[in-house]
Design a protein around this ligand. Structure first.
Ligand SMILES: [Zn+2]
Length: 126
């Protein structure tokens, strides 16, 4: 591995080799490294779901829109991948995009529209 242009906190990979490693590990071929970098550029290095800034080798993770575990024939399909944070990818698990969004909606419906739980006891005092 070259030691130039190291990214994030990684001490092992330059930017180029990091994309190659992700391509190999996640798409079973190093051939997608350039396409994956172009995809990151099109996404402006932002998580599809949260908009958080993505940093290679720090918080950046390649997600299969239709999960590879359930759609193995799409594991190497560049149209089936997107960049997200590692935490979001872990949360999404083997859900499809639609299933994940639906699950988030259910959670939001339960918790986000509710009256705030903590209201200061003196809030109504003037
Ligand atoms: Zn390198």
């Amino acid at each position: 591995m070259c030691r130039q242009d190291r990214v994030g906190r990684s001490t092992q990979f330059c930017d180029w080799h990091w994309f190659r490693e992700v391509s190999k590990n996640r798409m079973k071929s190093a051939d997608f490294a350039t396409a994956l970098k172009e995809l990151a550029n099109r996404q402006e290095y932002r998580c599809v779901y949260t908009g958080e800034l993505l940093l290679p080798a720090v918080n950046m993770s390649l997600d299969h829109i239709l999960p590879a575990s359930r759609f193995p024939h799409l594991v190497s399909d560049i149209e089936n991948v997107q960049w997200v944070t590692a935490r979001i990818n872990w949360m999404k698990g083997d859900y499809t995009h639609d299933e994940f969004v639906n699950q988030c909606q259910q959670i939001a419906a339960k918790f986000c529209d509710a009256t705030p739980v903590t209201t200061p006891p003196f809030a109504e005092d003037t």
